[in-house]
Design a protein around this ligand. Structure first.
Ligand code: C2E
Ligand code: MG
Ligand code: MG
Ligand code: MG
Length: 289
C-alpha cells in the first residue's frame, strides 16, 4: 500500500487524494461488514447449506459437507469466500466456528431424532483451529451435549493450514483421530505439502480440489494429475473424494480411475437444510424393504 501511495503521489497530488479516498471507502466498508458479521453471528443470520457426497456406483448419498452462508438482511445470501477471510483477520473466526460446529451437531441430532439414516457430516475448520488448545475439549463437549459419536463428524482441513506448523498439526490430528473423528485433507493439490508429510498426516480422506477436476476429461495434464492423486490416496489407504464434479464426462473419468466418491453440481448443489432432509428421506424410503 505504501508503494502504491508513493506511486500515486509521484503521479500528482490529485491522484494521491483519489487513492486515499478510495482506500478510505474500502476500509470503512470493511469495518461496517465486520460489525455486521459480529451481529450476524449473534442474531442467527448464519445458516448451513449441505452438499451431498455421493457414491456414484449406487448413486446414493453417503455423507454431506456443511457449508456456511450469511443470510444478510439487505445483501442477501453471502457465500463464505466473502466473509471467512474477514472473520479470520478480525478475530471473529472463533465465534463463527463455534456457531458452525453447534449448528452442524444440532443438525446431526435432529436427523437422528427424525430416524434418518446416519451419515457423517463434514465441517470445514479454519486455519487457526489447530493452534487452539480448546478444540478437543470443545468437540468432546459437543459430542456429549448433542449425544453424538466422533465418527459422525468429519473435520476438513487444508494442507496450507497444516503446513504452517506441521509438527504441532500432526500432534493435534493424532489426538483427534484417536478420539474417532474423521479427518479430511481439503483442496488437495493446491498447497505445497510434500508427499513425505502426506504419509505422516493421520487423515482418513483426501479431497481432490476442483481445479484438477475441471479439465479431467480433456486428456490434459489435470487428468493425469487427478489420476495420480487417486492412486496415491488409495496406496495410502485413504478415502478419495473428488470436489466440484460438474459434468458426466468428469464423473465417468474419475470413476474409471477408481474415484467413486464425488461431490459437485452434477450430483447436487449445496442445498438448504429442509431440502437436504427431504433428499435423505426420499433416499431412505427408496431403500425400505
Ligand atoms: P470447500 O470446503 O473446498 O468447499 C467446496 C466449495 O465448492 C463450496 O463453495 C461449494 O459450494 C463449491 N462447489 C461444490 N460443488 C461445486 C461444483 O460442482 N462447481 C463449483 N464451481 N463449485 C462447487 P462455498 O460453499 O462457497 O465455500 C467456499 C469455501 O469456504 C469452502 O471451500 C471452505 O474452504 C470455506 N467454508 C465454507 N464453509 C465454511 C465454514 O463453515 N467454516 C470455514 N472455516 N470455512 C468454510
Ligand atoms: Mg471443504
Ligand atoms: Mg475443497
Ligand atoms: Mg475450496
Amino acid at each position: 500500500a505504501a508503494q502504491a501511495a508513493r506511486a500515486a503521489a509521484e503521479a500528482g497530488g490529485g491522484q494521491h487524494m483519489f487513492f486515499d479516498a478510495a482506500h478510505n471507502v474500502q476500509a470503512r466498508e470493511r469495518v461496517l461488514l465486520e460489525t455486521e458479521l459480529r451481529q450476524a453471528i449473534q442474531t442467527g443470520q448464519l445458516c448451513l447449506h449441505y452438499q451431498p457426497k455421493v457414491d456414484v456406483r449406487s448413486g446414493r448419498i453417503v455423507g454431506a459437507e456443511a457449508l456456511v452462508r450469511w443470510s444478510h438482511p439487505q445483501r442477501g445470501l453471502i457465500p463464505p469466500g466473502h466473509f471467512i477471510p474477514l472473520a479470520e483477520e478480525s478475530g471473529l473466526i472463533g465465534p463463527l466456528t463455534d456457531w458452525v460446529l453447534h449448528a452442524a451437531c444440532g443438525s446431526l441430532r435432529r436427523w437422528a431424532d427424525a430416524g434418518l439414516p446416519e451419515l457423517p457430516l463434514s465441517v470445514n475448520l479454519p486455519a487457526s483451529s489447530l493452534a487452539d488448545e480448546r478444540l478437543l475439549d470443545q468437540l468432546a463437549a459437543l459430542m456429549q451435549r448433542y449425544r453424538l459419536r466422533p465418527s459422525n463428524l468429519m473435520l476438513e482441513l487444508t494442507e496450507t493450514m497444516l503446513m504452517r506448523d506441521i509438527g504441532a498439526a500432526i500432534g493435534v490430528l493424532e489426538r483427534l483421530r484417536d478420539q474417532g473423528y474423521g479427518l479430511a485433507l481439503d483442496d488437495f493439490g493446491t498447497g505445497y505439502s510434500s508427499l513425505n508429510y502426506l504419509k505422516r498426516l493421520p487423515v482418513s480422506e483426501l479431497k481432490i480440489d476442483r481445479a484438477f477436476v475441471i479439465d479431467v476429461a480433456r486428456g490434459g495434464r489435470d487428468g493425469a494429475l487427478a489420476a495420480a492423486v487417486i492412486t496415491l490416496g488409495r496406496e495410502l489407504g485413504l478415502q478419495v473424494v473428488a470436489e466440484g464434479v460438474e459434468t458426466e464426462e468428469q464423473s465417468e473419468f474419475l470413476r474409471g480411475r477408481g474415484c467413486v466418491l464425488q461431490q459437485g453440481y452434477l450430483h447436487s448443489r449445496p442445498v438448504a437444510q429442509g431440502e437436504f432432509e427431504a433428499m435423505m428421506r426420499s433416499q431412505a424410503a427408496s431403500s425400505a424393504p
